[in-house]
Design a protein around this ligand. Structure first.
Ligand SMILES: Nc1ncnc2c1ncn2[C@@H]1O[C@H](COP(=O)(O)OP(=O)(O)OP(=O)(O)O)[C@@H](O)[C@H]1O
Length: 314
């Protein structure tokens, strides 16, 4: 039975993946629409890789269903493998081969016609900026350039749906930004992208994101809609002693949420508590602070809150 509405390219319905007793993915449902960038965001071990590898039919599905363009992944493994571009966490480039040779190798692997391949490789050079390095050995490229080459190799057979597993992991900030610019160009070209990352700041670069933790997608929405999902008012307190302040606030019972955050603490007030009580407590304990005031919630704040609500055993 087809589940395609023409606009949905990837869909998970109550998808479950176990490794023996380890519940890696515990019933996940979401979809990726044609021409959008959907980000799976979350810390290591949340289940992102298991979900992605299952989508490309590299792992057995233990429950629920995954669909690619309306077809069951379980029943159509060859169709899936031929038509989805998949870039795993450790994409194997041939280190002793040049950039151009790697690209031609992957074109041959996917049986891309020679002329079509050369045109596509030129197009990919345009996307990636790798042309000046075409003769350089892959092993001699920087980390960021290696990831761009891996992406290009994966795109050489022109898949219109791609799955990228933490493609920017360990890459410097400038190259990360350049990599996302390439993804944005691909999207403009009509490519649909499912991409995972542990970098929360990459959420804003996606059309929609799913926050994944402990085998579940805790919430999925447009990045701009996520702050609105935070219940209550959030405060930021900047201090030189974030640990001491955090512990004092936790002990006081004045806060609902209380999390260390960079150079300070993000907190909510317990019911009936007013802002001045926080100031008074810190003065009483002789704990200094530079500023204290309400702020807009960020994606990390929401994630911390939702993660606490998901305390199931593995
Ligand atoms: N082959 C395996 N055998 C047993 N457990 C596994 C296996 N692969 C993954 N796991 C476990 O499944 C859970 C989810 O792992 P998964 O790799 O899917 O998460 P992730 O969010 O992609 O994290 P990472 O970025 O580290 O890969 C983790 O607890 C992990 O230890």
């Amino acid at each position: 039975m087809s589940h395609s509405d023409g606009m949905t390219v990837l869909e998970a319905r109550d998808f479950v993946k176990n490794y023996g007793a380890v519940k890696a993915v515990r019933g996940v449902s979401f979809s990726v629409k044609k021409g959008e960038i959907f980000g799976l965001i979350g810390p290591d071990g949340g289940g992102k890789t298991s979900l992605m590898r299952s989508f490309v039919s590299l792992l057995k599905i233990d429950g629920g269903e995954l669909y690619f363009k309306g077809r069951s992944v379980r029943e159509n493994p060859d169709f899936v493998r031929q038509n989805i571009g998949y870039m795993p966490q450790r994409f194997s480039l041939y280190q002793d081969m040049s950039v151009a040779e790697n690209l031609r190798f992957f074109a041959d692997l996917f049986n891309v016609d020679r002329v079509v391949a050369e045109n596509r490789i030129e197009e990919l050079y345009g996307f990636s900026g790798l042309k000046p390095f075409s003769k350089r050995k892959a092993g001699a490229l920087s980390g960021g350039m290696k990831q761009k080459l891996a992406l290009s190799c994966m795109l050489v057979h022109s898949p219109d749906v791609v799955i990228l597993d933490e493609p920017t992991f360990g890459v410097d900030p400038v190259s990360r930004s350049e990599f996302w610019q390439i993804l944005s160009k691909l999207k403009e070209e009509g490519t649909s992208i499912l991409v995972s990352t542990a970098y929360m700041d990459e959420a804003d670069l996606c059309d929609r994101v799913g926050l994944m933790f402990n085998g579940r997608i805790l919430v999925h929405d447009r990045p701009s809609a996520l702050p609105g999902r935070y219940p209550g008012k959030l405060y930021s307190l900047c201090t030189d002693d974030p640990h001491l302040v955090h512990d004092a606030l936790e002990e006081s019972g004045l806060c609902g949420e209380c999390n260390l955050f960079g150079e300070g603490v993000h907190l909510t007030l317990s019911e009936g508590v007013v802002e001045s009580q926080i100031r008074e407590l810190l003065e009483l304990k002789s704990l200094g602070f530079e500023s204290f005031g309400a702020i807009d919630c960020g994606i990390e704040d929401l994630f911390l809150l939702l993660m606490k609500g998901d305390g199931d055993e593995r």
